[in-house]
Design a protein around this ligand. Sequence first.
Ligand SMILES: [Mn+2]
Length: 338
Amino acid sequence: MSLPAPVAEEFVEGNFLGLPEQGGTPDIVILQVPYELTTSYGQGTALGPSACIEASGQVELFDPILGEDLPAGYKIKTAEPWNGEGGNLRKQLDGISNYLAPWFDGHKFPVILGGEHGILPSIINAAGGHPLVNGDFSQLTLVQIDAHADLRQELNGEPFSHACAASRAMDFGLKHLYQVGIRAFSKHEYERIQSDDDVTTFFASDIHSSSNSSWGSWIETLTSIEGPVHLTIDIDGLDGSLVPATGTPVPGGLTFWQIIETIQELFSASKATVISMDVNEIVPQKDTPLTQFTAAMIATKGIIHHIDNRRNGKWADTSEDNNIQNNHVFDKNYFEKL
Ligand SMILES: [Mn+2]
């Protein structure tokens, strides 16, 4: 299927939303991590980020939240993709962290496109350098939209499998993990969800309960979050009908509007600051761009809410805050040494 004419007036191929590059320090940076090593079922997550960029050319630039077309006076940069270098899985995870780390400077808002969910520990490692985290991971909350709990200790002997993404992220000693949309998990994962005080899970079955939906409770939970937050969106958290090309599509997921409402409520939470987000497990769909377009719309919503945060003073630029002594020492070989 050929795509209709792009939305942006001056359309630049290869740039998110087709927006032309602006000079100066970017406010928002689009980072592509075409990483695929352990995806168990589908294939093609390595091609996901570029497919998402291409599909983003069809996303409307206008949203009533901002009242004007994107970039709405802000600078959105599409960075060169991660180059994929690294002789083994751990070197690749370090390579991804090294690629991401410079953008977590407290001024820029990184929007990371994946790539399989196995990139999450690399993202968290890089987020440690953000001035609001400053190496103290117990400040950082992780919010995860996903079909899978991703809380396995290992899959087929590999502790850095995408099926272990949330476990490896929590290994950093994060403040808390909030998950929503979960509907595929092992007995071990279920037991951890029940017993680990640092993990709160909203199962898709409870969200969709017609008599006693937990949706209101999820929204309330989001509004109560405090401090820096990373939002990780595995697009298989959406119902499989919306993202059929993702690595492991699962029926019974969240609706598109539930994802949008989650983004809105999290960015609006009065005591929380969303410092970064990722949209991962994007796989290009061939007969229709639905999967990659859905991912592009979700990433765009995050950008819109981030800009809204900047406008209403909710995003404090911490890159030149003299009160923050950034003593975090970023380890370029963190994963290799584990
Ligand atoms: Mn996942």
